[in-house]
Design a protein around this ligand. Structure first.
Ligand code: UDP
Ligand code: MG
Length: 319
């Protein structure tokens, strides 16, 4: 590669991807050759136990388009991606793809066109998934749930496959939060964002590296990092059970004194149980509100991100 910095960095996290490695590099090489942009590829080995690191080693020593990062152990896809994003040297944008070729690298050109139109986050929207029915259904439900309860507008059916402008990547790198849900963080950052539909291919080879447990962890991060709903839900349940208790109490008292037939001790017992469980839920909700605020404070996201500043002086100069 020439001395000048590449325009685009492609970041690919790899965990035990020896089976699809050769094809991946083949397709990336084609892309590097045919693209009008200068490209570097940042491969991140996420503590693979197969031949992936060996193959990466060899590649890094023979081809200067490739930069390889080896994590000391498996940290999971989101952290592998974070490590890659921290290492890129591109000037214009970072293209994030999976190592199993489910996200076709050849789409870079289309994504890049959108970048040139002024979009800073261009994410892939999966039109069709070639995965099992159960997984597809869970994904479908999850993304809709997340969209409904999250405090930001996380797009439906989009993963980490995206082209991110250099400054979006700089902002991502400057967000120190530890539990990372990158597709949410990039939405949170803002600027002009758009989605491009694409057909998500089946895995080129090997098994899915995301186990159900890992997917659930990721899903949890999405919900708890970007939604206050669970805490609000507790508060609402507390209020609801107190209102319910009060209404039922009125009903029982009327029944007891006007019609009879209420066993002795029932009313007070009933009241004690419902009112106090309501009070407990409500108190949990209140504590939750403080926890939310502490969480917000400790994760130290910037308060806002500035797109641009126009000063009067500049306006005068232009005018
Ligand atoms: N991956 C990773 N670390 C992990 C699990 C997965 O770097 O602990 C990589 C994996 O090699 C692949 C990408 O993340 O390049 C997506 O993984 P996978 O294909 O298993 O996810 P799915 O497509 O099933 O969501
Ligand atoms: Mg995959």
């Amino acid at each position: 590669m020439s001395e000048t910095l590449p325009q685009i960095s492609i970041v690919v996290p790899l965990y035990n991807e020896e089976a699809s490695f050769a094809l991946l590099i083949d397709r990336l090489n084609q892309l590097i050759k045919n693209s009008s942009c200068t490209i570097e590829v940042v491969l991140v080995n996420d503590g693979s136990s197969d031949k992936t690191p060996l193959m990466m080693n060899e590649l890094a020593l023979t081809d200067s388009h490739y930069q390889c990062i080896f994590l000391a152990r498996n940290h999971g896809h989101q952290l592998a991606l974070t490590a890659g994003l921290a290492q890129v040297s591109c000037t214009e944008a970072v293209f994030v793809i999976d190592g199993d070729l489910q996200d076709p690298p050849e789409l870079l050109g289309h994504f890049y066109d959108k970048l040139k139109e002024g979009y800073e986050v261009i994410y892939g929207i999966r039109r069709k998934r070639k995965e099992g029915v159960l997984k597809r259904m869970l994904y479908w439900i999850y993304y809709r749930l997340l969209k409904n309860i999250s405090t930001i507008d996380i797009p439906l059916d989009s993963g980490d496959f995206a082209l991110l402008s250099r400054r979006v990547v700089d902002h991502l790198n400057a967000m120190p939060e530890r539990s990372r849900f990158i597709r949410g963080m990039r939405t949170w950052i803002g600027f002009r964002q758009t989605g491009l539909e694409y057909e998500r291919d089946a895995r080129s080879a090997g098994e899915a590296k995301y186990t159900f447990k890992m997917l659930f962890n990721l899903a949890y991060n999405g919900i708890f990092n970007f939604s206050e709903f669970p805490v609000k839900f507790i508060t609402r349940m507390g209020m609801l059970s107190m209102v319910g208790a009060f209404l039922f109490f009125v009903y029982v008292v009327i029944k007891k004194y006007l019609f009879g037939g209420v066993p002795p001790g029932f009313t007070s017992m009933f009241l004690a149980i419902t009112v106090f469980s309501g009070v407990q839920l409500l108190s949990l909700g209140f504590i939750g509100e403080y926890v939310l605020r502490i969480y917000d404070q400790v994760r130290e996201r910037p308060l806002f991100i500035i797109d641009k500043v126009i000063k009067n002086k500049e306006l005068q100069k232009k005018g």
